[in-house]
Design a protein around this ligand. Structure first.
Ligand code: ADP
Ligand code: MG
Length: 701
């Protein structure tokens, strides 16, 4: 337990952070590491040796006996393999050692990680390379070293490498443009991310009794409880003491790891919660989010909870997302998405805002893809989540600013509006310049954009790789158009280019309610894509436009793009396949067992009543029996169809065709089966079921 007064000392106590480095490394070594972090310069072996020795000393003092290279393969999870620091001596003892070579490079066998055909299994070698820009930390007695992961041929097999490449690409293009605009002191821009993580907590004993949650992370059957989220009584509601104890423990674990957990609250659905950190540099924020998810599960286990991170664990109530708050900041401290007091005059802001608008419009299908997964497809387009159509909300003030850009007129800020609450004792403050719009997938929120489509379970790396690269491309295009001009000419040209870019992309701007059918129609009229599922969107990933974008900026090679295509599709098909098999088994065994047992009792009861009271007796029992029989009859037909179609899917070979089949046929079969399974389940008392119901899972904490 961290005492409140000790928090500032305890924060990051398990992290080999800048402070520790400054204290423990010789000055020249510390400087060399910093140069590598900031400028990406090559790290000499002697520097690495010194850092490694210091790291080991610090780690051992803090209880670590092992080290591991920690990386993020294409499974979307993290991977680790631990080696101890021990090294035997001639006289039968051991000493603790850790060399620069071990710090800088690892050689895990890569053959069992997804590579999408990038390497044959006999070319098993893979490399992990230290990412000095994300600090090492201690967890469970091991020193964790964040690393990038690549194949023997140097192709990225992970999410960190392309993320780092995309941050550099954006920085490179942005700096060029900023220099042109007169900001010559800027050397680098940094992408910043704050990802709000939603999750569910349920009783661990319940969790263990449900094969669907265990194997797939979501419930595949389950009649709704008689209460859902309609009372809107959970959102920001009082946090129950047991849950509060969990959140407290979670915060502490995260703080020790240097993760700036900031906000916690109950979310809309029953048993749903959220944790938001303070934003950080993109690659650290992504590492920290991966760690946060892991720690959430670990701490849940201690509290006898299961933490569900799936995007749609329960039908009929909200799913979970991970809002990706994103901005770009110069090394001189300017947030390029901060409109400032006078946005109409703020050229860097207007130029970058326009680049974001153009990027989101131009690359909407790829952005949609960056958040596609079997799980998230259930959430996007549901009423609680932004639709699969990508549009941008800019709010009233920016809408006015953009109007002025369009008309070539001068924008006059209305200034801050004083809030009037009608009671003089209440404090006086000014209103924000924009209201919130919770229905927009991509919303301007004051000094950053909030991309709301990412799912709760996956790494936010993908979304940010695409976002950074697309914006880098649009910044580059703006630069090309402006570069030949100087002085007054440049000023005039900027106005012209902004106007022209806005005209080309303003179809993506939408300030209204994104959840309505009218918007779906309107978006279709505007020509905005509505890609409802991963297989729908996947072809865009390997389109010429996508290959051009990613290869031009050095984010992916063509081979890496294709490998990711294969991996994503395969992953999707495998997920739905496991869901289908699990559902079949639960219906065939668990639910059927309950149905049969209850039918037997109902039948026995009805026969007895009839023999005692005559033919007209046992109306209720007979009517229930009949309903149950009807539902199970349909259920049995639907079960057979699902089994047959799943067998057909298993035989398919083309990756896209297979995934599309799983999406259009197998998932539809599952929905059909679920309808009847839930009808049957709704009739059966809880005690006949070997697994817990929605009511028990969602309202028991
Ligand atoms: P809300 O979504 O409720 O408006 P906040 O305004 O508190 O919440 O911000 C949500 C997240 O956005 C937090 O994680 C916060 O750190 C992050 N954030 C704030 N400013 C930036 C920024 N410049 N870049 C990236 N993320 C930011
Ligand atoms: Mg938010």
């Amino acid at each position: 337990m961290i005492e409140a007064s000790k928090l500032t000392e305890e924060f990051g106590s398990l992290v080999f952070n800048d402070k520790v480095m400054r204290e423990r490394l010789p000055k020249d070594i510390y400087k060399a590491v910093h140069k590598t972090i900031e400028k990406g310069t090559h790290l000499e072996l002697e520097v690495a040796n010194c850092v490694a020795a210091t790291m080991k000393e610090w780690a051992v003092e803090n209880g670590a006996t092992h080290f591991t290279h920690w990386f993020q393969p294409m499974t979307g999870l993290t991977a680790e393999k631990h080696d101890s620091f021990i090294s035997p001596t001639d006289d039968g003892r051991v000493i603790m050692e850790f060399s620069g070579k071990e710090l800088v490079k690892g050689e895990p066998d890569a053959s069992s990680f997804p590579s999408g055909g990038l390497r044959a299994t006999f070319e098993a070698r893979g490399y992990t390379a230290w990412d000095p820009s994300s600090p090492a930390f201690i967890k469970d007695g091991s020193l964790y070293i964040p690393t990038a992961f690549c194949s023997y041929g140097g192709e990225a097999l992970d999410k960190k490498t392309p993320l780092l490449r995309s941050m550099e690409a954006l920085s490179y293009e942005a700096v060029k443009l900023l220099h042109l605009l007169g900001y010559e002191d800027v050397n680098r821009v940094n992408t910043t991310i704050g990802s709000e993580q939603e999750y569910f907590l349920i009783d661990k004993d319940y969790y263990k009794k449900r094969k669907d949650l265990l194997f797939t992370g979501r419930t595949l059957i389950g009649a709704p409880a008689t209460k859902g989220q309609e009372m809107e009584d959970h959102y920001f509601g009082v946090i129950k003491p047991k849950v509060s104890a969990y959140m407290h423990d979670l915060d502490e674990e995260l703080w020790k790891l240097g993760i700036p957990a900031k906000t916690k609250h109950n979310e809309v659905a029953p048993s749903q919660h959220e944790l938001a950190p303070v934003f950080e540099t993109a690659n650290i924020a992504v590492d920290h989010n991966q760690l946060t998810m892991e720690v959430m599960k670990k701490v849940a286990d201690k509290h006898n909870y299961a933490c569900l991170l799936h995007e749609k664990p329960f039908e009929g109530i909200n799913g979970s997302g991970k809002h990706n708050n994103w901005s770009v900041c110069t090394d001189t401290g300017i947030n390029l998405l901060d409109p400032g007091k006078n946005p109409g005059e703020n050229t860097p802001f207007l130029v970058f805002l326009m680049a974001v608008i153009a990027a989101v419009d131009e690359y909407a299908p790829i952005l949609r893809l960056s958040v596609a997964s079997a799980g998230n497809d259930h959430r996007l387009g549901g009423n609680e989540a932004p639709p699969a159509i990508i549009s941008i909300f800019v709010g009233d003030e920016l809408a006015e600013v953009l109007k002025a850009v369009e008309e070539g007129s001068a924008y006059q800020s209305a200034g801050k509006v004083q809030m009037a609450m009608g009671a003089t004792v209440l404090p006086h403050f000014t209103k924000d310049n924009t209201d919130r719009n919770r229905t927009s997938p991509f919303a301007f929120t004051g000094n950053k954009f909030e991309f709301r489509m990412p799912g709760s379970s996956v790494s936010v790396a993908n979304a940010n790789i695409v976002l950074n690269t697309a914006v880098a491309e649009e910044v580059a295009k703006l630069y090309e158009k402006l570069a030949p001009f100087k002085g007054e000419e440049l000023k005039a040209k900027i106005a012209e280019v902004l106007k022209e870019t806005l005209a080309a992309h303003k179809r993506v701007l939408f300030n209204g309610n994104g959840y309505t059918d009218e918007w779906v129609e309107e978006a279709a009229k505007r020509g905005l894509p509505n890609l409802k599922s991963l297989p729908d969107a996947m072809p865009y990933w390997i389109s010429d436009e996508s290959v051009e974008l990613f290869t031009k900026h050095g984010i992916f090679t063509k081979e890496e793009i294709h490998s990711r295509y294969e991996i994503l599709l395969e992953n999707y098909s495998k997920s739905v396949h496991i869901e289908s098999l699990t559902m079949q088994e639960m219906v065939r065994k668990d639910l059927t067992e309950g149905i049969v047992a209850y039918e037997k009792d109902l039948g026995k009861e009805a026969m007895q009543k009839k023999s005692l009271l005559g033919e007209n007796a046992a109306l209720l029992e007979i009517s229930l029996l009949k309903k149950l029989d009807d539902a199970s009859f349909e259920m049995s037909k639907a079960l057979e169809k699902l089994a047959e179609d799943t067998t057909i899917a298993e035989e398919k070979t083309d990756a896209l065709e297979t995934a599309a089949y799983y999406q259009s046929i197998v998932l539809a079969d599952m929905n059909e089966l679920r309808k009847y399974a839930d009808q049957a389940e709704a009739l059966i008392p809880d005690k006949y079921l070997s697994y817990p119901t929605y009511g028990q899972m969602l309202f028991s904490l």
